[in-house]
Ligand binder design. Structure first.
Ligand code: NAD
Ligand code: LMR
Length: 328
């Protein structure tokens, strides 16, 4: 199982790679050949991390190779986890990068080259998860440049879903694992729409159980939409441990069949489902059969409130696509 991780010397990868070595993430339990990618100036730092991985003596690692070039890294890859990119919160050319969309011009270019390399060199069955922000539109750039319809491109919305489950679990005083069918629609940005109208607890709709639209609209939604910024504010750096856990959970959700009656979350290329514009990467409720087939769950019923929020986030994705049209 060849697993490529870009941005391998960064803070997310420092947690993500050890998580991926746990049993049960990859269905096959095949040992992992890691192919770790960094920019040339970070190769020394990466070599330090590789020494730590060696010292951890993981039984699930078969080999580790390091690359400062995406082309040599992705040959025959089964999975590519595209983390490498610049996070917001940092100051660049004297200006603080405040919104994820401000990263479009900085990070977008990375995904043209990586997309081309993955499309032509990775396996046709390769699955690709884009974590680097703005993740949805970076995935669109990568997927378009890969031009290989057999491969499965996704952008990460799992972190938003885990955050939403945690808030609901705390509100209702239940365990996160008891929450089913909680979906994130749209962009991984402040317009995302976490839906509670189809989420279930003990077979009952969570929105009805909470029975407080004001809390949903004015407390819950902004909390999830702004959680990344809240963490940057407290930590002085963007989320890393939780982002790594969410990336690992996405891999595991694709590799293993979705539990009965549930969904998992990632953004995939929209076919127009739920009124989302076609041809953008949007969060949807998904299932996996654990054999490489990922499907949108189509039986969610949406209120006018939900539809208007989904339209908002879909429009934002269309605007982002317009901004990067020279890369597509
Ligand atoms: P980081 O700065 O700690 O690490 C990023 C690493 O990427 C650095 O080591 C850098 O050298 C490397 N890099 C930059 N360009 C590269 C390239 N072309 N090829 C390979 N490596 C490259 O940042 P981080 O905290 O690990 O975050 C990484 C990205 O993930 C950011 O864009 C961040 O905003 C995003 N993120 C997304 C989510 C999500 O839910 N989708 C959550 C958290 C963070
Ligand atoms: C997050 O949601 O934590 C990440 O996308 C990082 C960020 O910039 O908010």
């Amino acid at each position: 199982m060849k697993v490529v991780v870009t941005g391998a010397a960064g803070q997310i990868s420092y947690s993500l790679i050890p998580f991926l070595c746990e049993n049960g993430i990859f269905k096959s339990n095949e040992k992992i050949d890691f192919s770790l990618v960094e920019i040339p100036s970070a190769m020394e730092k990466l070599s330090g991390f590789v020494k730590e991985l060696e010292d951890s003596a993981y039984s699930n690692i078969n080999s580790i190779s390091v690359h400062d070039n995406i082309n040599s890294a992705v040959e025959d890859a089964d999975w590519c986890l595209l983390v490498g990119s610049i996070p917001r919160g940092i100051v660049l050319n004297g200006k603080e990068i405040k919104e994820r969309a401000d990263l479009l011009k900085i990070n977008g270019g990375i995904f043209t080259e990586q997309g081309k390399a993955i499309g032509s060199k990775a396996k046709d069955s390769c699955k690709i998860l884009v974590v680097g922000n703005p993740a949805n539109t970076n995935a669109l750039i990568g997927c378009t440049n890969a031009n290989n319809p057999s491969q499965k491109w996704m952008a990460m919305t799992m972190l938003d879903a885990l955050r939403a489950k945690a808030q609901v679990a705390s509100k209702l005083q239940v365990h996160v694992d008891d929450i089913y069918r909680l979906a994130i629609f749209g962009n991984h940005s402040p317009t995302m729409f976490p839906d509670l109208e189809n989420a279930l607890l003990d077979g009952e709709i969570i929105y009805k159980k909470i029975n407080d639209h004001d809390w949903v609209e004015h407390k819950f939604l902004p909390k999830i939409q702004q959680r990344g910024a809240e963490i940057i504010q407290s930590r002085g750096a963007s989320s890393a441990s939780s982002a790594a856990r969410a990336a690992c959970e996405t891999v595991s959700s694709v590799e293993n069949p979705t539990r009965s009656g549930d969904v998992f979350n990632a953004a995939i290329l929209s076919d127009g489902s739920y009124g989302v514009a076609e041809g953008v990467f949007s969060g949807f409720p998904l299932t996996s059969d654990g054999m490489g087939n990922i499907n949108i769950v189509r039986d969610f019923s949406l209120s006018e409130f939900a539809k208007s929020r989904i339209a908002l986030t879909s429009n934002e994705l269309v605007e982002e696509r317009e901004l990067v049209k020279d890369l597509l």
